[in-house]
Design a protein around this ligand. Structure first.
Ligand SMILES: [Zn+2]
Length: 94
């Protein structure tokens, strides 16, 4: 009787350990998948921020005052010819 109980106990413990490993593997896989998804999304956001939909890069942007509408913003484009345009005026002129 004792031998049977021990074998049952060892079997249950083995099953629990295997289940724990399986759960850890699933958890790690899930975290890896979420991390990769978030990385891909942030790369796409950065790409969208730096390049226009047609693939040409935006001019450098910094804080400033728009030459056309006078709006103050943190994302004002500093054009190569020295002009400064806010994103709204920039989209209207191009
Ligand atoms: Zn403007």
């Amino acid at each position: 009787m004792f031998g049977v109980n021990m074998r049952l106990l060892v079997g249950i413990l083995t099953a629990l350990i295997l289940l724990a490993f399986l759960l850890i593997a699933l958890w790690t896989g899930l975290r890896l998948w979420l991390h990769r998804r978030s990385l891909r999304r942030s790369t796409e956001d950065e790409q969208r921020r730096r390049f226009r939909p047609d693939g040409t890069p935006y001019p450098p942007r910094a804080e400033g005052i728009c030459d056309r509408c006078g709006r103050v913003g943190k994302d004002v484009f500093h054009l190569p010819d020295g002009g400064r345009l806010c994103p709204i005026c920039f989209e209207e002129t191009i």
